[in-house]
Design a protein around this ligand. Structure first.
Ligand SMILES: C[S@@+](CC[C@H](N)C(=O)[O-])C[C@H]1O[C@@H](n2cnc3c(N)ncnc32)[C@H](O)[C@@H]1O
Length: 346
């Protein structure tokens, strides 16, 4: 009864003109689906920069071994959830670990010896994911993403975190630290011999590029007014995927996502000059991915990543201003006049 009421309410709602959510139906998907490789028919041709419609467990068997540089995997978490016609089912720890072992084992063979892998999960599935990764890789870190969004629990702490495990095939791997530093406003500008220490005075203010930690609180979940947003129920933010790709691959490298969803990994790979292979079992999601890939040909912007730098959360207006004005250093001997906000922050 309650559900019927909710559905009626949704039907009655008219979409705001600012709502950019990509959610066209399967009946309109044909032009985009035509660009996908069918995972269940014939031999594969060139797979670079392709979306493969099919079951990852079967498709992975047919990809060449040692062919990709980076894997970004965002599989079903161990939850009962509906995905436009498919559904994930909650399992016990052992069953979820066995499921994880089945795909991680396949993916491990596809990575080059200097390759890396990131696996997304929540706190409940994290233990199983770590256990399996330890068997196949050198586990290097666990990133915690504070995504904030989430329903409050009646008699528990609200779950507002996700984990992203980082592992490599060997001791030789790519890690581009400078590419993923975060640009922050400096609140306590320290000078040595009258010169800024570890920070930069620009005409727009004082900034420092800080080393990123394994706690990420600068990334919002995509929402309706963002151009990247789709109706996929568990879409990852482009900014989050951009950090993984920039840190752990070089221009031209191949990034594989075996659970592509709405296409975020492939879209970001394209925007950042990498190649991609994405596998997704749901035709609707494949079509949305191809739609986004088409848009990415003309628009390579990634919200929260401006001027080749990552920015703190809620700094959109500041980024826009800097993009317009250009982040020029202040003329020598003439420090920029701080805006009132700078003073407030110190
Ligand atoms: C958590 S979502 C990934 C979301 C994605 N990161 C994004 O930004 O949209 C997992 C996706 O994996 C797909 N999937 C699950 N099992 C699969 C399988 N065996 N083969 C291919 N795709 C699968 C689901 O349809 C779902 O879209």
């Amino acid at each position: 009864m309650r559900k019927q009421h909710r559905e009626r309410q949704t039907d009655m709602k008219t979409k705001s003109s600012r709502n950019k959510t990509i959610d066209f139906p399967l009946e309109e998907a044909a032009p985009y689906l035509d660009r996908c490789v069918r995972g269940d028919v014939g031999p594969f041709g060139e797979l670079r920069d392709k979306t493969i419609l099919g079951d990852a467990f079967e498709v992975l068997e047919r990809l060449p071994d040692r062919s990709v540089d980076l894997v970004i995997a965002d599989p079903y978490y161990n939850l009962s959830k509906s995905f436009h016609g498919n559904a994930s089912r909650k399992q016990d720890f052992g069953q979820y670990a066995a499921y994880t072992e089945r795909w991680v084992g396949k993916v491990a063979r596809k990575l080059k010896p200097d390759g890396s892998i990131y696996v997304c999960c929540d706190w409940k599935s994290s233990g199983a994911v770590e256990q399996v990764l330890q068997r196949h890789f050198i586990v290097r870190n666990r990133i915690t993403w504070q995504r904030e969004k989430g329903r409050g629990a009646g008699a528990n702490w609200k779950n507002a975190m996700e984990d992203i495990w980082f592992a490599t095939c060997s001791e030789t791997y790519t890690f581009n630290l400078d590419a993923v530093k975060i640009r922050r406003r400096v609140h306590a500008p320290y000078r040595l011999g009258g010169k800024p220490r570890d920070w930069e005075q620009t005409q727009q203010g004082r900034y420092r590029d800080t080393c990123p930690s394994n706690f990420w609180d600068d990334i919002s979940v995509p929402y309706w007014s963002m151009a990247e947003n789709t109706a996929h129920p568990t879409q990852k933010p482009e900014k989050l995927i951009a950090k993984l790709i920039l840190a752990s691959s070089r221009a031209g490298d191949i990034v594989l996502d075996p659970f592509l969803g709405s296409g975020t990994t492939s879209v970001v790979a394209r925007k950042l000059g990498r190649s991609y292979i994405g596998i997704e079992q749901n035709p609707l999601y494949c079509a949305w991915a191809e739609y986004r890939l088409e848009k990415a040909l003309g628009d390579t912007t990634i919200q929260g990543y401006t001027d080749g730098r990552f920015w703190e959360r809620n700094s959109c207006a500041e980024q826009l201003r800097i993009k317009k004005e250009g982040a020029r250093p202040a003329p020598a001997g003439k420090p920029a006049k701080p805006r009132p906000k700078d003073e407030d922050n110190e």
